[in-house]
Unconditional design. Sequence first.
Length: 112
Amino acid sequence: MKIGIIQEGLLTVATLSGRLDSATSTPALTELMACVDRPDPRLILDAESLEYVSSAGLRTLLGVAKKIRASGGKIAIAAMKEQIREIYEISGFHSIIPPYPDVAAARTALDG
C-alpha cells in the first residue's frame, strides 16, 4: 500500500495504491489521520490505483471519515474500480463517504 499526498490549499488529495487490508490498514490510518489533523479538513481519496480493500481497510476509511466529520470537514472517494465499488456499495459505505467518478467531480463537490 502506498499513499501519495498532495495538498491543494485547504484540500488534500490522497492517492491510494495497492491493497488496503489488515497488513496495511494501521500504517494507512496513521498517514491519513495526519492529513486531516486540523479544523475543517477536506480530503479526497483517489482510489484509481487501489487494487483491493478488505473489511480492515473499510474500518480504516470509517475511522478517517469519523475524524473528519468531528472536525467539521468533508471527505469523498473517487475513481474506484468496479470490484471495489461493489464491495463499497454492498457494505453501505456510499452513505458514509460519497463516491465520485473522478477526482475532478469530488473536488467540485467538496468545494461547495
